[in-house]
Design a protein around this ligand. Structure first.
Ligand SMILES: Cc1cc2nc3c(=O)[nH]c(=O)nc-3n(C[C@H](O)[C@H](O)[C@H](O)COP(=O)(O)OP(=O)(O)OC[C@H]3O[C@@H](n4cnc5c(N)ncnc54)[C@H](O)[C@@H]3O)c2cc1C
Length: 385
């Protein structure tokens, strides 16, 4: 019998690949083209500097795969380990940094707490006087999301996965009752019988769950990014730098250019994932550049915006994904809140374990079940940009 994965982004294709490697018959249904959701709009960041143990564990297991991706999948994904530099302006944030680094170190992550002047050793143009503490980890970095997606897509097809594009899932069938088991889906006019349906629909995950009469608190929220030619080139081996108290971040692109991003608005409305604007707002772009300039001297007044784009985060109330068998045969892998690219390798393996073994073991994901929202009992991720 078949496992149907809804969504041909990086999470759906990684899930399809690992399911097929476990011997499952898999169909991935993607309503557009592979990667046409959030994956091709990602900045590609990969890091272990999270504030909660479960997010660090998802990173550690995913980084094991990213580190071997070229060898195992035969694709150079442009993985550049330039490190991530987190910066604190407030003492309260610095206190949280101390706690987070101790927890990360306990889990084998080589992060360290730095003074602002030590941080400037990694980011020479840093306005160090603006900050009171920093953290840095040399194994963090970024890769090309499109190449990584293609790597998983090719490997999934080679492993026997039937990847169907332009194939929207329009109905999910279950036996009657709240605990009714999934029996199949309707996709682009076909009925596919299935033992399991995996909801890997990113910012559409709530809509897909609704097809199975399941309510998931996953909100589509718009995020923007710019490619900038800074007045002073950003060194290619410089870290992805996050000014956590303003929410601004930048990272080197090629030849001195930088990607600049962040969310600066107090409001964060839900978007229609089929109808939001994918181009940048000029006021946001001006603020993003100003905030980057407040952080580091690269972004003087002669900096030039080359282009930009907007995409969607799939956000949960505590900025952690939901990874669970939500109802018999209905597996959820969504709500990554801006971290779904980097956590896809671990997630794909966890989905395969949930389907094949009935339980996850690679990472302890007990805290990632959706019932945590009933009493706000889940961990809250603070290292979010
Ligand atoms: C500006 C920006 C920067 C980001 N930077 C980073 C970063 O640095 N690092 C990081 O880890 N993450 C980052 N992210 C987040 C990352 O892009 C996402 O978490 C990740 O791509 C989620 O992958 P996914 O496979 O879950 O979702 P998606 O890639 O959105 O895939 C879901 C797919 O489901 C399909 N679908 C929806 N409904 C249906 C249906 N009914 N039937 C069939 N198919 C359906 C959609 O068409 C879509 O292709 C960023 C996001 C944005 C917008």
């Amino acid at each position: 019998m078949t496992v149907v994965v809804v969504g041909g982004g990086i999470v759906g294709l990684a899930s399809g690949y690992y399911l097929a490697k476990r011997g499952e018959d898999v169909v991935v249904c993607e309503k557009g083209t592979v990667g046409s959701g959030s994956t091709e709009r990602s900045a590609g960041g990969i890091r272990a500097q999270f504030s909660t143990p479960v997010n660090v564990d998802l990173s550690v297991e995913s980084m094991n795969v990213w580190d071997r991706f070229e060898t195992d999948f035969g694709v150079d994904i442009g993985h550049r380990k330039v490190g991530y530099l987190f910066l604190a302006r407030e003492e309260a944030t610095a206190d949280e940094f101390r706690e987070a680094v101790a927890m990360q170190n306990d889990r084998g992550v080589p992060s360290e707490l730095l003074t602002p002047s030590e941080a400037a050793d990694h980011c020479p143009a840093l306005h160090a006087e603006e900050f009171c503490a920093a953290t840095y980890s040399p194994t963090d970095g970024f890769a090309d999301p499109y190449l990584a997606l293609q790597g998983y897509a090719t490997a999934a097809r080679e492993a026997g996965v039937d990847v169907r594009t332009k194939t929207p899932v329009t109905a999910i069938h279950r036996e009657s009752g709240a605990e009714g088991r999934v029996t199949g889906v309707d996709a682009d006019g076909d009925h596919i019988e299935a033992t399991h349906v995996v909801d890997a629909a990113g910012a559409w995950a709530r809509d897909v769950a609704e097809l199975a009469d399941i309510d998931l608190p996953i909100a589509p929220r718009r995020r923007q990014a710019l490619v900038v030619d800074p007045e002073t080139p950003v060194p290619e081996d410089g870290p992805l730098t996050i000014d956590l108290d303003t929410g601004s971040y930048f990272r080197p692109e090629r030849e001195g250019a930088a990607i600049v991003g962040g969310h600066f608005d107090d409001t964060d409305p839900d978007e229609d994932p089929d109808g939001y604007s994918t181009s940048i707002d000029l006021a946001w772009a001006a603020t993003a550049l100003e905030r980057a300039a407040d952080c580091a001297g690269y972004f003087g007044p002669d900096s030039r915006i080359r282009r930009g784009w907007a995409g969607l985060y799939a956000v949960t109330p505590d900025h952690h994904p939901i990874i669970e068998e939500t109802a018999p045969g209905f597996v959820t892998a969504a709500g990554f809140s801006g971290h779904g690219f980097q956590h896809a390798p671990a997630t794909g393996q966890l989905v395969a374990e949930l389907v094949c073994d009935g339980r996850a073991s690679l990472v302890d994901v007990d805290s990632l079940t959706s019932d945590r929202f009933a009493d706000d009992s889940g961990p809250v991720e603070r290292n979010v940009a």
